[in-house]
Design a binder for this molecule. Structure first.
Ligand code: F1P
Length: 347
């Protein structure tokens, strides 16, 4: 093990602010895609992907908070259970770093055969998904050399959120206040400044056998993605839960081999979350809390004036860093986890 070696994963995490700025340059193109869909009669978007790309879809639908307009589904669910999706008035948005994942390609092909418009959002310029979809966008954020998705997860989340936002605006359902996109790369830089603290925490917790990652509302898809990072890079069994669900059974499973990560943003759940964290601490649980809720004064501090709808590409950064440093502390290679490949083909 050599923790000082520069792995691709850590470089790619640190490259996120630049990647987000690149995606923001595509706002106009995403608006055009949304307008084109609406003009052709589309009224509902189904967002689909696998693994981290599915969680990017969830980030976008959670941010948009309009379940009648947007739904996120894993590509396998989309493929095998899409018969209820109405052709012509629906579009299927395929999200994929590689544009080559078997289920996502198959779901888009099946949708097209049924007369449903398809859109590809990908980080690969020459992918079959982009060539086969009716329309789409290539996010030129630089090749990700690690098998693990980090800056591409954030980029795909942001692009999908912007697409939903534009589509929602056309339909008159987007919230009135505009997204505060201009401060996003700076917010990501702020979150990255937690790296040294997280490195120390990782040294402390790297021998844990199991993790809970708790999030809710805008941080729930982030909890799912964070749990995936810990499983992929650290080989640690991890489960993501809605924060208050932790009280309804799972806390019985906690002992000193278990690590608990909480990601909580200031919103209308803040008081309930702060109470849960304090109660858990009184029970003797040691929590790793990432938050900008003022009552949680011991938390690793997330940026204060974070736009909730754009928060996922920022709040995921400390968990990606945690997964990276736990992985190297366990003597693993985070760039190349056992059994994993950049994408999964055939089934
Ligand atoms: C999706 C994905 C990754 C996962 C693994 C296999 O790929 O499931 O999220 O980490 O490496 O592929 P893609 O469709 O976004 O290229």
């Amino acid at each position: 093990m050599n923790p000082e070696r520069e792995y691709f994963m850590i470089k790619e995490i640190r490259d996120t602010p630049r990647a987000l700025a690149k995606v923001l340059e595509e706002e106009g193109s995403l608006r055009q895609i949304a307008e084109g869909l609406f003009k052709s009669g589309v009224r509902r978007l189904f967002l689909t992907g696998c693994g981290s790309s599915y969680y990017a879809a969830l980030v976008a639908t959670q941010a948009s908070a309009a379940p009648f307009l947007f739904q996120a589904l894993p590509s396998s669910e989309m493929l095998f259970y899409q018969s209820g999706i109405a052709p012509r008035e629906s579009a299927v948005i395929g999200i994929s770093r590689s544009g080559r994942t078997a289920e996502t390609l198959a779901a888009l092909r099946e949708a097209r055969t049924r007369g449903i418009t398809t859109v590809a959002i990908t980080c690969s310029e020459d992918s079959p998904m982009r060539a086969e979809a009716d329309t789409g966008i290539f996010l030129d954020v630089g090749e990700e050399k690690s098998i693990i998705m980090t800056k591409t997860f954030s980029s795909l989340s942001l692009a999908s959120t912007l697409l939903c936002e534009e589509f929602g605006k056309i339909q008159g359902v987007a919230p009135r206040d505009r997204l505060r996109t201009e401060s996003l790369p700076e917010m990501a830089l702020q979150a990255l400044r937690l790296e040294d603290d997280i490195k120390r925490i990782a040294e402390d917790v790297h021998t844990r056998d199991f993790f809970f990652v708790l999030g809710q509302g805008h941080t729930y898809p982030v909890a799912l993605e964070g749990a995936l990072k810990l499983m992929e890079t650290c080989n640690i069994m991890t489960t993501a839960l809605h924060i208050l669900e932790f009280r309804h059974g799972p806390m019985a499973a906690v002992d000193d081999r278990v690590g608990i990560v909480v990601i909580a943003l200031e919103d209308n759940s803040s008081k309930a979350v702060a109470r849960l964290v304090k109660e858990a601490e009184q029970q003797g649980f040691r929590l790793f809390v990432l938050s900008n809720i003022p009552e949680l004064e011991d938390a690793l501090e997330l940026p204060r004036d974070l736009d909730l709808r754009l928060s996922a590409p920022v709040t995921i950064l400390p968990i990606q860093l945690l997964a990276f440093y736990i992985s190297v502390n366990r003597g693993l290679n985070p760039d190349s986890p056992r059994r994993l490949h950049k994408f999964v083909g055939g089934f």
